[in-house]
Design a protein around this ligand. Structure first.
Ligand code: HEM
Length: 489
């Protein structure tokens, strides 16, 4: 039996190179992912060095084909009709968010995307400028109480608190109160529940579906965290329903929560009996799952990018100085406005460089719906194959960058790397399933970074506590961040 399982589910398939997978583990132990000996980006860089541009990589019994050639990647993203959402996403996310956009395909995906996608275009986002600045100011008030010598070791958590507060207001018109607590240790129960979910993400990602389903069913802590999250959602839904039908209908075009709540199906049973193509609106479970997905996607990714920004600034005082010079060049007595924000070209380069140097998400996956041959490597792929595109490896590949990609150097985007290949830098993925929140994330990050740089300078808290490194969770989080925060004014 074991021999049969090993042969069928844990043996290299086809001619593509790779490390023969181990029983039950695939390549998890060999790559160092098990027990956090290596992070996902490190594992993929090592595999690429050993096996070249295209190789097999096994996460337990799931065989992924990793593609590093940019022309092949362009082919994959532009042939949306045959490279659909990765089955691994659908399988893994459907354990905890079965009805969310990310775990849907085809007509169901279109129904959900139609309700949410238009709300994340730049035009709808810029109106949140003051709200973001206000939230950053609240965080600055808390930081002011600490001495400039104090080494902040909780930057990841502080970034999460900030982004939760911001996304709560932008997405759900709801004050999460994550910045109100005067204490560094977080007491907000929603944050705790979300953090519990995130800390268990690797169980979901790396273990077979059956095991993680059992784990999540049996874990009382997980059930409790879900209960807490739903209690918050109930309050948010009630708050929106209290606005009344007319106001909700008006707000639908600009507010995520109004769009979701306003789309609740009147007769769920009737809608369930229709074919997916004819179905309209969202069931209550679908609404709750979209809230779960957007809350997680909306705060975790961007807060990781912010934590990397702060860590990298603490290591690069000259870059901080350049941002400050650009901010003061505008000669507007410390006022930050939308126009002024748009004029900050150097800051754009810094943010781009943060996304290149440390992409918060390691990669994305597509599943083939028919057989296909990749144009550059000539690799023959088959229906059902899952293709992984590793963002970090592309962003560090010397073939795709004129200036040494191992350097953190924002100026590259003003000079030799200005016209880099578009697919060498894809922190938000590509093609029809690329990130729908990317305009919001970029905007949030720019406003936050500009506001922070108006007031503070981050200092290196010492190599012991500020050595960086990767922690692979839902996102790739900086492992060791310890910075001082000095107020300039
Ligand atoms: C720095 C911040 C962010 C990063 C790096 C990021 C990255 C990504 C990536 C790589 C994907 C997969 C794309 C693909 O498969 O091609 C994705 C999907 C997604 N992101 Fe983001 N994201 C960020 C912020 C956000 C925000 C703020 C939101 C929501 C408000 C959001 C919502 C989503 C959703 C709903 C999907 C699934 C889309 C689908 O399945 O079609 N993301 N994101």
């Amino acid at each position: 039996m074991c021999y049969y399982l090993k042969l069928k589910y844990f043996t290299l398939h086809g001619p593509l190179p790779g490390m023969p997978p181990q029983f039950l583990l695939g390549n998890l132990a060999q790559s160092g992912l098990l027990f956090d000996k290596a992070s996902l980006p490190e594992a993929h860089i090592a595999f690429k060095q050993r096996y070249g541009d295209i190789y097999q990589f096994w996460i337990s019994s799931t065989r992924l084909i990793v593609v590093n050639n940019l022309n092949d990647i362009q082919h994959i993203f532009t042939h949306r009709n045959i490279y659909d959402q990765g089955d691994i996403y659908v399988q893994k996310f459907s354990i905890v968010i079965p009805h969310g956009l990310i775990s849907s395909k085809g007509a169901k995906y279109k129904r959900h995307a139609g309700l949410t996608l238009p709300l994340f275009r730049r035009g709808k986002i810029v109106s949140n400028f003051d709200l973001i600045v206000d939230c950053v100011d609240k965080l600055l008030i808390r930081w002011r109480t600490k001495s400039p010598q104090h080494v902040h070791l909780d930057i990841v958590q502080q970034s999460q608190n900030l982004l939760l507060a911001i996304f709560g207001l932008i997405g759900f018109d709801y004050d999460m109160e994550t910045l109100d607590n005067d204490n560094d240790t977080n007491k907000n129960e929603l944050t705790k529940a979300l953090q519990y979910f995130l800390s268990n993400f690797n169980i979901m990602l790396f273990s077979p579906k059956i095991l993680s389903t059992i784990y999540f069913k049996l874990s009382s802590q997980y059930r409790q965290s879900q209960k807490t999250i739903e209690q918050y959602f109930d309050r948010m839904i009630k708050q929106e329903l209290d606005n009344g039908k007319e106001l909700i209908a008006q707000r639908k075009r600009t507010s995520l929560i109004a769009s979701l709540v306003g789309s609740l199906q009147q007769d769920e049973e009737m809608e369930t009996n229709k074919s997916e193509e004819d179905r309209k609106g969202l069931s209550r479970n679908e609404l709750l799952d979209e809230m779960r997905l957007f809350l997680l996607a909306g705060f975790e990714t961007t807060s990781t990018a912010l934590a990397w920004f702060i860590h990298l600034m603490s290591k690069h005082p000259q870059v901080q100085q350049n941002i400050k010079t650009e901010l003061s060049n505008n000669n507007s007595q410390g006022l930050l406005s939308l126009d002024r924000l748009d004029s900050l070209v150097y800051l754009d380069c810094v943010i781009k460089e943060v996304f290149r140097f440390c992409p918060p998400i390691n990669g994305t996956v597509r599943t083939l719906t028919v057989d296909d041959r990749l144009p550059e490597t000539g690799a023959q792929l088959f229906r059902g194959d899952q293709i992984l595109i590793p963002f970090h490896s592309l962003a560090r590949d010397t073939r795709y960058w004129s200036i040494d990609p191992e350097l953190f150097y924002p100026e590259r985007f003003l000079g030799a790397d200005k016209d880099h290949h578009p697919y060498a830098l894809i922190p938000f993925g590509g093609g029809h399933r690329q990130c729908i929140g990317q305009d919001l994330a970029r905007f949030e990050l720019k406003v936050i970074a500009a506001r922070l740089m108006q007031y503070v300078t981050f200092g290196d808290g010492g190599n012991q506590v500020n050595s960086g490194g990767h922690l692979s969770k839902l996102t790739i989080i900086p492992k060791h961040v310890g910075v001082t925060i000095d107020f300039d004014k």
